[in-house]
Design a protein around this ligand. Sequence first.
Ligand code: SAH
Length: 448
Amino acid sequence: MPARYHLWTIGCQMNTADSQRLAAALEELGYTPTGQPAQADVIVLNTCVVRQSAEDKVYGRLSSLRPLKERCPGLVIGVMGCLVGPRQVDHLRERFPWVDVWMPPSQPEPLLRMLRERGYAAEGTKSDRRLLPLSARGRVVTACIPVVLGCSTGCTYCVIPYRRGAERSRPVEEIIAEAEALVAQGVREITLLGQIVDRYGLDLPEKTTLAALLRSLHRIADLWRIRFLTSHPRWFTEELLNAVAELPKVCEHIELPVQAGDDEVLARMRRGYTVAEYCHLVALIRERIAGVSIATDIIVGFPGETEEQFRRTYELLAGLRLDKVHIARYSPRPQTLAARRYPDDVPEEEKERRRKALEELQTSIAEELNARLLGQTVEVLVEGRDERKGRWWGRTRTDRLVFFESTEDWLGRLAQVRITWSGPWSLIGEAVTSTPPGSPYPPLDRPL
Ligand code: SAH
């Protein structure tokens, strides 16, 4: 029986991207995936500690692996991701002695080396596949490429800089080569990732920008869609706005966290902008990018957040009517300035009340925005099939989830779908055209 791996991932897209790469590397070493930890020869947890609730889930998982390791001492257990900061390893080793290998975010090499050394796997060849999320589970249509690793911006609530290290942009050529290899494997949509992705290139010796990177990627013939996240309002430039507006492959979808709707709270978060500046940017983006969808992140119950300050966040979201809002209750994180300086003084029930209020507001906004699409035809890149429900699913350029039924094979194709049902989180429709599987973009007759 072939050796098997079980990979468990929580957290942001960066973690998902790291897991895809690790999965590809393990598959190259001859491992096949299993959903059952008890059947695995290698188990990897890819962890998140951005909030206490995520960290607690990780501890729960870690504890559940102990009996497995006791039963099969040959089992290899690896832990990767933001739990494994540079200062945490000694403590973690002591607390969880049944873990064989600890790996910082985006660094799976120690596990791969161990598997080779222990002879569990044949020596892998360094082929292109290594980069790729091409999985034993089948063709992958969309993929993420981390372009900015780490973060050096000190938002006072955020632990990420302490776990992912200083900000560093990857070289342009490396990213292009990776994108080309992905596209050659059938990937049609690429999402560029960075904690503050619009800072891409500012730390490179050649001082390039995200806009320039988008223009370079745009030339890849069989790449159909490009996204990027997460943008920070302070670094969202005119140049980037123009690139998104001009480049047909770059989807009109911007992730732009505001975090709070009150200037005093924003200042204590050290976000570096005011509410008015944020609103101005949203207006500009909407004016220049037709049909754009904008998503945001909010933290409720930041230390000292008064009812009145929370009301301002509520009013801001009610006024802006953004397409998607990720809402989190503030969670004090070790090492961060906020945790050291400000007492966590908003009671949990109050944080939850505020979260719920925003959630309800946003549900009704999303419901209304999606209902406008009823009867319209949208372009969907088909990413997969829900076999249980017998329907295809994919996303619009504005990142809306769409399902439709069809007996044809739609995987990796662009479908024109007429929307027949809408809810706050997804849409259902019927495929109206059966475009041949090919690029929607004619060869470019002018350089963009
Ligand atoms: N760098 C990215 C992602 C950061 S983590 C960004 O700027 O968006 C994703 C989201 O988690 C953040 O936007 C924030 O809303 C939330 N978050 C981060 N730290 C948090 C904390 N200590 N408590 C609650 N939510 C937090």
